[in-house]
Design a protein around this ligand. Structure first.
Ligand code: ZN
Length: 159
């Protein structure tokens, strides 16, 4: 055996660490108005003046008609589950960099009453046999709201 083959290999070792980098960003006029509604427990959608579609999360321009939208309409607080997933494995929260606890938890695509589009948020049921597409849910607000997506505590099953 040659000397070269006797060499012991060293493997690269990566060490996980923590890094904290606070930053702010401007969410824009529409999302500012949207989140300001949360402080008063109001969830606003925005309606296209051309096709009438109500977007459950605000956007300036209709994705179908390409026209500017400015017709804010209150939607919810009840809605319908369009899809869901029960998370049972460790998952890193992109907002905090920490593993989301406790497991399991459930996220669902929820179409609020009065909206034509859905968005994803938590629902407070983790037994997948009790959750079905088409089930009704109701928005539960945090007691102290700060004007961000975390002002929604979760959606609770109502049927
Ligand atoms: Zn439109």
């Amino acid at each position: 055996m040659s000397e070269k083959k006797k060499e012991k290999k060293e493997y690269l070792t990566l060490t996980s660490g923590k890094m904290w980098q606070p930053y702010n960003w401007h969410v824009g006029e529409y999302w500012t108005k949207f989140f300001d509604g949360f402080k008063e427990k109001k969830f606003y959608g925005i309606k296209c003046p051309k096709c009438g579609v109500v977007y459950g999360l605000p956007r300036q321009v209709c994705g179908r008609c390409f026209v500017k939208m400015d017709d804010w309409v209150e939607i919810g607080p009840e809605g319908t589950v369009g899809a869901f997933t029960v998370i049972k494995f460790p998952y890193i929260d992109p907002n905090t960099g920490q593993i989301i606890q406790p497991l399991p938890f459930t996220t669902a695509a929820i179409r609020l009453d009065g909206a034509d589009t859905a968005f994803w948020h938590y629902i407070n049921e983790t037994d997948e046999t009790k959750i079905k597409v088409g089930k009704r849910v109701r928005l539960v607000w945090q007691e102290n709201r700060k004007g961000n997506i975390h002002d929604i505590k979760y959606f609770e099953m109502i049927d």
